[in-house]
Design a protein around this ligand. Structure first.
Ligand code: ADP
Length: 642
């Protein structure tokens, strides 16, 4: 029933809905779930975007969607096209222009009429041709007969020449009649729904239309220019939806043309490459009355042509796509429907058993990276559904099982994950990993790459007497320089309170063992940097079977960071036995079972706890930690007051 939130041969176990990963949904497998007919009803979450798409379809407005890849932008744009009326669809014809063959004429007729018109023209041309060849043969016969009658020894040659002459004359003038048949540029005869054109990454010709080059431009062999006209996405999208993702990557010239097209509702087609003969041709205006759905991430907005953006803003809607959605029993049941949708869409996958769906929903929780949430990056999750289904099929399973999903997760690792695994392997080969049990100034930090792959990145600190007279400096290598400076600055406020060492007389050198280029987030390493610096400053070693992540406030509080699940798994993979995380992140931890026994998770709230766990060597450490503990937020406040 619809009260379940999912249609089909399903019921719901109310008592267990809260605890069950399936939200209490009772099914034998995903084939029991009915997939909604309308595309717009298949969209999971994205409530705001869905409402806007419906409204914009009704009001014929443009839409700008901002959000992460794979969250349903193109799906929604397509869904929008299905909501548009199909009655208004048109066919477009291009005609030869007898006055100027480089300015083909354009005519618009109701959908379905175009084919009829072209057929009628063809029929006429065929008849005309028949007539012409009939005439031609009569003339050839007459000419040959006449030539043979003439009293000269060259009679056969004369006959042959006159026959050939007449034949060639007819052939050459024949082209003119072909040119009369118009080209059906846009044919909507068989179209059941309004068009949806995806112009993402399209070059100018594909988007705005083009006129093909004609190598036989001069001379009688030329293809008439109107036949070389090709429609672009904007003309094909007439009365439908034009979708452009990564709108900012579109070159400025194309963005300007696009804007003109939107303003005018029509756009003439010309050859897009300057040196081509097609560039001499320009048609009359072709209708392009589309709704534009432009998409991109936040950065995309900055690079987008401001006038185009304001055009959309002024005449349409802007909407953010959600990355995650609240994890409720109702939503879990919708995710089960999502699995059913993806299986149906693929057409070749075995349906999913309840436990296999549960495992996928667990993965959706893990990937959300925050508590009580499910990820809406559903393209990737859909990929997992397909890989799992493929595995099930190759294993000969009737239904996709939980084990197939687990296997799929192993196989469908992102490039980043593969890179990280590779890197860990390499480091193990060179024994760059955790070799000794303890080390002064060396701390195992954790970072996330590419959104879903954790990696362990050791940080090393060394303290030397200041080279400059006035102040101690911070030297950091790698792209995390700024973060390192901030972390050291924060920690030096704390150090000032408990240590006899004067940071202003010291130079601090921080080195990150880099994992190649880019993709490493900085902020979450600040407790790592702080620990390394304190260890180096006080000459107390740090345990090396330990890794940590956390952000540090000036008061020594450990603040939450992103991606803890992936980070913990990375620490476990690298062979660590313990991992420190911010207490505030405790609920975000959704590590896989296999790691749970391997690694102990230690949630902390203050830097003193971090050092208590990380530093080795009893007497020194204890006194240091004691001193640190006394520095509460209050103490720091009064210190800065005085
Ligand atoms: P985007 O355009 O945001 O990059 P797409 O719309 O192309 O993402 O999504 C790719 C596929 O992922 C869709 O065809 C669909 O199968 C699935 N998908 C993504 N988001 C959703 C969603 N919110 N609801 C249902 N399926 C989704």
């Amino acid at each position: 029933g619809s009260d379940v939130g999912v249609e089909g041969d399903v019921s719901i176990d109310e008592d267990n809905a809260e605890d069950d990963l399936l939200g209490g949904l009772r099914i034998d497998d995903t084939s029991d779930i009915t997939v909604p007919d309308r595309l717009v009803d298949q969209v999971i979450g994205q409530e705001a975007a869905r409402e806007i798409v419906k409204r914009a379809a009704k009001q014929h407005r443009h839409v700008m969607m901002i959000g992460s890849p794979g969250t349903g932008k193109s799906l929604l744009a397509k869904a929008m096209s299905r909501l548009l009326p199909k009655e208004s669809l048109q066919d477009v014809l291009v005609y030869h222009n007898p006055d100027d063959s480089n300015e083909p004429k354009v005519r618009t007729v109701p959908a379905g009429k175009g084919e009829q018109i072209v057929d009628a023209h063809k029929e006429e041309a065929r008849k005309r041709n028949q007539m012409r060849s009939f005439l031609m043969w009569i003339m050839i016969l007459l000419a040959v007969g006449y030539a043979l009658l003439i009293a000269t020894p060259a009679r056969p040659l004369l006959a042959l020449l006159s026959a050939a002459g007449i034949y060639l004359l007819f052939r050459y003038t024949n082209r003119g009649s072909d040119a009369m048949v118009p080209k059906l540029l846009i044919n909507n005869a068989d179209r059941q729904v309004a068009p949806f054109e995806d112009a993402t990454g399209a070059h100018a010709g594909a988007m705005l239309g083009d006129v093909r080059h004609d190598p036989f431009q001069s001379g009688g062999m030329a293809t008439p220019s109107h036949e070389r006209v090709e429609a672009g996405s904007i003309q094909k999208a007439n009365k439908g939806v034009l979708f452009i993702d990564e709108i900012n990557t579109l070159d400025v010239r194309s963005q300007q043309k696009l804007m003109t097209a939107i303003q005018e509702g029509e756009f003439s087609i010309t050859g897009q490459s300057e040196r081509s003969s097609g560039a001499m041709v320009q048609t009359e205006a072709v209708p392009c009355d589309f709704i534009m759905v432009a998409a991109g991430n936040m950065d995309a907005m900055e690079n987008m042509h401001p006038a185009l953006r304001s055009r959309i803003k002024g005449y349409g809607y802007e909407v953010y796509m959600d990355d995650t959605i609240e994890d409720t029993p109702d939503m879990r049941r919708k995710y089960a429907r999502f699995v059913a949708q993806e299986v149906e869409k693929d057409g070749n996958l075995p349906h999913f058993a309840p436990d296999a769906i549960r495992e996928l929903i667990l993965e959706a929780k893990r990937r959300a990276g925050r508590k009580d949430s499910l990820t809406l990056k559903l393209r990737d999750l859909g990929g997992l559904v397909r890989v799992a289904g493929d595995i099930a099929r190759s294993e000969g399973h009737d239904l996709t099982q939980r084990s197939d999903v687990l296997e799929a997760k192993k196989r469908s690792r992102s490039i980043e994950q593969q890179f990280v695994d590779n890197y860990i392997q390499r480091r193990k080969d060179y024994e760059l990993g955790t070799t000794s049990e303890e080390a002064v100034g060396r701390v195992n930090g954790l970072a996330v790459m590419g959104g879903d792959s954790g990696i362990m990145l050791p940080v090393m600190a060394e303290i030397t007497p200041a080279q400059s007279q006035e102040e101690g400096r911070i030297y950091a290598t790698g792209q995390l320089k700024e973060m390192a400076e901030e972390a050291v600055e924060n920690v030096s406020a704390i150090i000032k309170k408990f240590s006899d060492e004067n940071m202003s007389e010291k130079d601090t050198h921080i080195q990150f063992v880099q994992a190649g280029e880019g993709g490493v987030d900085g902020d979450s390493a600040s407790i790592t940097v702080a620990t390394a610096v304190i260890s180096a400053l006080e000459d107390i070693p740090v345990a090396q079977e330990l890794a940590m992540t956390g952000s540090l406030s000036v008061r020594g509080d450990v603040l939450p960071v992103g991606g803890v699940t992936h980070k913990i798994e990375a620490a476990a993979k690298a062979g660590c036995e313990r991992v420190i995380i911010p207490k505030a992140n405790e609920d975000d931890v959704m590590i896989e079972d296999e790691y749970e026994e391997q690694i102990e998770i230690i949630p902390v709230t203050h830097i003193s706890e971090v050092l208590d766990v990380a530093l080795v060597g009893e007497p020194e450490k204890d006194s240091l930690v004691d001193r640190l503990k006394s520095i509460t937020g209050k103490a720091l406040d009064s210190a800065s007051d005085s």
